[in-house]
Design a protein around this ligand. Sequence first.
Ligand code: 5GP
Length: 199
Amino acid sequence: MDRNVIKQEGKKRGKIFVVSAPSGAGKTTLCAKILAKFPNLAYSVSHTTRKPRANEIDGVDYFFITVDEFKKRIEENLWAEWATVHDNFYGTSLKFIEENVADGNNLLLDIDVQGAKQFKRSFPEAVTIFIMPPSINVLKERLIKRGTDSDDVIIKRIANAENEIAQRAFYEHIIVNDQLNLSEKEMADIISNAIYKLT
Ligand code: 5GP
């Protein structure tokens, strides 16, 4: 048998981590810390039709695309999963996931509960993690303090948060993000265990 074929067959597939949390649970900060800690873990940049926030960069935070482009990609089956969240479309590129996993790259996906459920059907090996805010009141305070959303958007996000929290049992791991350093350690342990197969 050809040497390259042997190498290809023996190549370890990358691990996939799917993280969901209601907005305001502190997921972005936690994921940034985890990505800094694991140089062998890459962030899967999603596509969205929502408008970029002031500090967001196209291709880094999201790929910002039009509704027409998004719908075209639904018809062409180009999404590993997609969902409508707070009236905007969000999706993960199937090609990006397949190529990276085949290349042995570990990936972190930050997607909502509907997306996580769809994704797990296609990639059952994915490790699922749900990040909980300590309470709905803390979540409200964080959203108001963040100052990036209008009042009606905040109301919508809180209703959505309650709905997502109710579905947390779907996830293999639940982290209550009360103290950032403790949550970071918990998440780092889950990731090292999966990458280095400690358990
Ligand atoms: P935000 O607009 O605050 O960046 O994100 C809103 C929600 O959309 C978050 O819950 C986030 O996890 C989710 N989201 C981001 N990217 C994707 C994606 O590619 N697919 C799905 N299903 N949800 C996503």
